[in-house]
Design a protein around this ligand. Structure first.
Ligand code: ATP
Ligand code: MG
Length: 397
């Protein structure tokens, strides 16, 4: 049995009514992006409020296609369809019988036939097709039973130019198509949390840009490559990502020289947020995303978050704020970022970390100590922007 087409269903449409086509067009674009990574050739089309992907090439890899479609936010269900030619009803009866035989090894099941005619010149009505095909199947497979209310198998038969048959329904990821909800700047470290945070916000339709704070020579090329790899993993869901790599060493060293060491992390985080916001505004992002979670480390107590947040004027989205680490790890495993995240390369946050960083920073005191940076900080920030590297990351095949 070969599936030559896929019916792709969407569920949640926040933007119903007049804007619906924008949602559908974005979804079509994301489906194309996903299928471009697959072997074979496909054509994606919108037809009467439904989206179909047809296989054009002679061969393709079914598992690869399903795997990629399962990463398209906005899809609720993926239905592989068998395409038949209309060669008379008797032939259809034969083919439907063969389909059920092959698709369901165990015939102890209940079913219902659900026929639809897009082509009204077909010689039977939908009702007649349902009854006649039902009868044929009951005769061919005496173990099967009809259940019109809650069947195990809903056998869809769509009469169009061709006849499409489907009954397998694979759950999609849900969410909204990327690009329908604007763009946000993800602070992407090499850790477990931030890739998951980016994934979660992208799932709501938000396009992702990213920034990574690199501190050579304290952080290595390998640490940077790890972040690029994580961005790649996220881009399998979120589409192309522009990753800004900021050289953070000079700023970090300057803070280390001028400010109390137990406040280094919190002051450093304020500068990360300031820089991220600057880049966000430059690239048309309307929010920041971090992987912070209350109480995870000293810099993520409620007081620390208050002090960090104080420098931001854009909203900061923290989708993991109430998540336990275990739950974050579960998602990281599901989206295939976990193994990369736990590679043991150093992070810029861990390098100058004080033994006892403040856990209850006082905003006024932090601000006072930041004044020690007045002399050179603007110059260093400018240098960081000037030397930023932008890497455009997209998912490999
Ligand atoms: P993660 O696992 O995401 O690295 P973490 O538990 O290590 O998080 P922190 O180091 O306190 O926590 O960082 C909190 C958040 O700040 C991260 O989730 C990320 O969004 C951002 N962040 C931290 N370090 C960097 C960095 N080097 N570059 C970019 N963003 C960073
Ligand atoms: Mg980290």
């Amino acid at each position: 049995m070969e599936f030559r087409a896929f019916l792709l269903k969407y569920a949640e449409i926040g933007i119903k009514g007049r804007n619906r086509y924008l949602f559908e067009d974005a979804l079509v674009e994301q489906i194309r992006y996903a299928l471009r990574r697959c072997e074979g050739e496909f054509s994606v089309r919108k037809e009467q409020g439904r989206i179909y992907a047809d296989v054009i090439s002679a061969s393709y890899d079914y598992d690869e296609v399903i795997e990629n479609l399962k990463r398209v936010f906005g899809l609720s269900h993926i239905c592989p369809m068998v395409q038949l030619e209309d060669e008379g009803f008797e032939k259809l009866e034969e083919e439907i019988t063969a389909y059920m035989d092959e698709a369901y090894e165990d015939k102890h099941l209940t079913f219902k036939v659900d026929a639809r005619r897009a082509r009204k010149n077909y010689p039977k009505t939908s009702m007649e097709i349902n009854c006649d095909l039902g009868e044929v199947l009951l005769t061919a497979f005496p173990e099967m039973k009809v259940d019109v209310h809650k069947p195990d198998v809903m056998l869809h038969v769509e009469i169009r130019e061709h006849i499409y048959v489907y009954s397998i329904v694979i759950p999609g990821p849900g969410g909204m198509p990327v690009g329908t909800a604007g763009k946000a700047m993800l602070l992407l470290s090499g850790g477990i949390d931030s890739p998951v945070a980016g994934y979660m916000i992208a799932k709501r339709g938000v396009q992702i840009d990213a920034v990574y704070f690199h501190a050579p020579p304290y952080t290595s090329e390998r640490a940077k490559q790890k972040v690029v790899d994580l961005a790649k993993a996220v881009s399998r869901y979120a589409g192309e990502i522009r990753l800004h790599v900021i050289n953070f060493t000079d700023i970090q060293m300057y803070i280390y020289d001028k400010c109390p060491h137990d406040e280094l992390t919190i002051i450093m985080r304020r500068y990360m947020m300031r820089i991220a916001e600057h880049l966000a505004k430059e690239s048309g992002c309307t929010g920041l995303i971090t992987g912070e979670s209350i109480g995870q480390v000293a810099s993520q107590t409620m007081k620390s978050l208050l002090v960090t947040n104080e420098v931001c004027t854009l909203p900061v989205y923290r989708p993991l704020i109430a998540f336990d680490k275990m739950d974050i790890v579960d998602i990281a495993e599901k989206i295939d970022t976990y193994e990369t995240s736990v590679l043991p390369y150093e992070d810029c946050c861990t390098i100058f970390v004080a033994k006892h960083p403040v856990t209850k920073p006082n905003l006024q005191i932090i601000k006072k100590h930041e004044r020690h940076l007045e002399e050179r900080i603007e110059e260093l920030l400018q240098k960081a922007y000037d030397t930023a590297e932008i890497i455009t990351v997209s998912a490999d095949r």
